[in-house]
Each structure stands twice: as C-alpha cells, then as structure tokens.
Design a protein around this ligand. Structure first.
Ligand SMILES: C[S@@+](CC[C@H](N)C(=O)[O-])C[C@H]1O[C@@H](n2cnc3c(N)ncnc32)[C@H](O)[C@@H]1O
Length: 350
C-alpha cells in the first residue's frame, strides 16, 4: 500500500478545485488529505481504497458521497455548511465533516462505489455556438444526436439563453437556464435560424433526471459552492422534466452504427468531454462510421461532427478544450472554432 499516494491525489484535486472556482472543496480536500495521512476518520472510511487509481477520482467520490447525504437530508448537521442546502461554508466545516466521517463511516462507504457522474450545462455554450456557425453555413433544420449525454441536459441547449460580454444575447428570454458571459472573441452568427427537429443521445451510464435519484446524483457531484453551475443544472433539469429527451443506454460506437442521414436536414453528431473515456477500438469505429456517412452526404442531406473536447491543435501543443467541427459534403477537415473553459463558460471564439 502506498502511504502517500491518496493524500497527494487529494491535494492535487484540491488545487484543481481552487483553480476552477471552488474554495470550499480546495480547503476541505486539502484538510482531508492531512487527516488521511494522519490515519484519522478519513483513512478509516477510505480503507481498502488506498491503491485506487488516480482517474477513479477518490477525492471527488468521497466529497460527492457526503454531499449526497447532505442533499437528501441524511446529514442535516452539515446542511448549514453547504451552499446547496442554504448554508455557508467556513473553515470550521472541516472538523464537522471529519466528525461526520467518524460517526457515519458505514453510510458513506457504500456510496464511494459510485463513479462521479456529471452533466455540465455550461458546455452548451460551446455546442450551441458551434451549431450556429454550422447552420449559418448550411441553413437546414437540424437532427441533433449526442454521445456521452449523461442526463441529456445539453440536448436542450437550443432552449437555453446565452448572453455575451458585450450585452448581446441569444435564445429564449424565458428559459430557466441562463448562461451569462458565455461568449467572447469573434461574434457568432446569432441571426442564423436554428430549428432542431429531432434530438436524442446515448450514454453507457445514462442518468434519468426525471427521477429524484437522477437529480440528486448529478447535483451531488457539482461542487457545492459553485452556485452558477448549480443554477444552470437545476434549470436544465426543470426543462428536461417538461420536455424529456431519450438518452439510450448504449456505447457511442453502437449508437453511431444506427445513425443515418435524412434529406432536407442537417444531421449533427456532437459531444463534450467524453472522448477520453471511449475505448480506442470504439473511437476508431466512430471515426470510420463518420467517414462512411460523410461520403454519402449531400448538400440536401449534410453531416456535421461538432465537439468540445480536450485536444491538441498541433502535435506539439498541450491539450486544451477546443471546440471543433468537421463537415460533409467536403473533406471533413477539422476546423478549430474556439476555446472553452473546462466547465463550459466562457467560450472564446476565433
Ligand atoms: C465527463 S461526462 C460528460 C457528460 C456530458 N457530455 C457533459 O459534457 O457534461 C462523460 C460521459 O461519457 C459517458 N461515456 C463514457 N464512455 C462512453 C462510451 N464509450 N459511450 C458512451 N458514453 C460514454 C459517461 O458515462 C459520462 O456520462
């Protein structure tokens, strides 16, 4: 067993939370790392997980498990510290969480088995912006399909409201989802007519947000003090409950096998921050299927592949969250449209 490994991973996650806007988790996770190292209640709860690999995200599993118990009223003594239950975080909260882990280890431990599952509504800013560029070029009704949809919330993206930094806005002014300061850089063609006539998605672990369990699952993995993310998530869940979209339980490659093109519509396959989880053989099948469909695409039945994923612009570059599009008919070359922040907003368009 590596005595230092998990505490280091917790501290690494704490730094990521700090830089991405969660001072609460930055403090909590770095102090839990100390407790873990000292063999305190955190170590007891995490017994057996010492060698969990970094990508399993043990720190976020633990934080999400506690958050879930708070959200469901099973940790009412912590509610006053969690902004998602009307509380306010303070440094005293660390001792309260450690005490909770000490008393309630048996309630927390089974929840650690659940892999963190998110559906980041902010990423719709990248997807919709790219879609506006696509329909500006090919003004047809859109059939919209998504792989790695999670709760399917971003399949509602054309029903959200987006505001840019210069006071411009696009989308339904009555939408329960408002993304402020979503776009900067080159202006988008907000005059383009966007009409989505069909939509659907897939995920290997779809989350049904029409259920309370699905709502709590997605909410519990959003860092509690990131109130704008929580507001977007709640609004998108509300929208999805009134206008459900089917997210099939299927892997991305199998889903693509069934994708077809239809005369008089632009078929769009989009995805965000899921490609890194797709096994290599599936990635190859998806690329081959897109090339196969692309070869049959016409101006009357075009195809586009739009994504916001960590990728390199040139082989020597570092990975960044690029918004990219490939279109057919044509050669399907990759166009780099803009850069997205990890949680979506802002997107800087080129
Ligand atoms: C980090 S989440 C992102 C979800 C959503 N696209 C977003 O941006 O909020 C990645 C999602 O991809 C799904 N996923 C992973 N591998 C997949 C695969 N091979 N086929 C379909 N979905 C997959 C996961 O279950 C998870 O819901």
């Amino acid at each position: 067993m590596s005595a230092r490994r998990q505490p280091d991973l917790f501290r690494q996650q704490a730094r990521a939370c700090e830089s991405l806007g969660s001072p609460m988790y930055a403090e909590l996770l770095s102090r839990l790392a100390d407790d873990l190292e000292a063999g305190g209640p955190t170590a007891t709860v995490l017994r057996g997980h010492e060698d969990d690999p970094g990508p399993s995200g043990l720190a976020l599993r633990l934080a999400g498990s506690v958050h879930r118990l708070v959200l469901t009223g099973q940790a009412s003594e912590l509610a006053g510290l969690f902004p998602t239950t009307g509380g306010t975080w303070s440094s005293d909260g660390v001792a309260a969480v450690v005490d909770f882990l000490d008393r309630r280890a048996d309630d927390v431990r089974p929840l650690l088995e659940q892999a963190p599952q998110t559906n980041e509504v902010g990423r719709s800013a990248a997807l919709v912006g790219g879609l506006l560029r696509l329909v500006d070029r090919r003004p047809l009704p859109v059939r919209l399909f998504e792989i790695g949809s999670s709760g399917g919330l971003n399949l509602q993206a054309d029903r959200f409201r987006f505001a840019d930094r210069s006071g411009g806005a696009w989308g339904d002014p009555e939408s329960p989802v408002v993304l402020d300061q979503a776009w900067e850089g080159e202006p988008l063609p907000t005059h383009a007519r966007l009409s989505v006539v069909e939509r659907g998605g897939c995920d290997v672990h779809p989350v049904d947000v029409t259920t309370e369990d699905g709502r709590v699952t997605l909410t519990s993995y959003v860092w509690p003090d990131m109130t704008a993310r929580h507001a977007r998530l709640a609004g998108a869940i509300e929208l999805t409950r009134t206008r459900p979209v089917v997210v099939e339980r299927a892997d991305a490659a199998s889903y693509l096998d069934r994708l077809t093109l239809t005369s008089g519509t632009l078929t769009v396959l989009w995805h965000s921050v899921m490609w890194q989880y797709v096994p290599r053989d599936q990635q190859e099948r998806i690329a081959a299927r897109l090339a196969e469909l692309g070869a049959t695409a016409t101006e009357d039945a075009p195809l586009a592949h739009l994504f916001a994923e960590p990728t390199r612009r040139t082989p020597g570059d570092e990975h960044r969250f690029w918004v990219c599009a490939e279109s057919w008919p044509g050669h399907g070359e990759r166009a780099f449209l803009g850069l997205m922040a990890p949680h979506g907003v802002p997107v800087t368009w080129e």
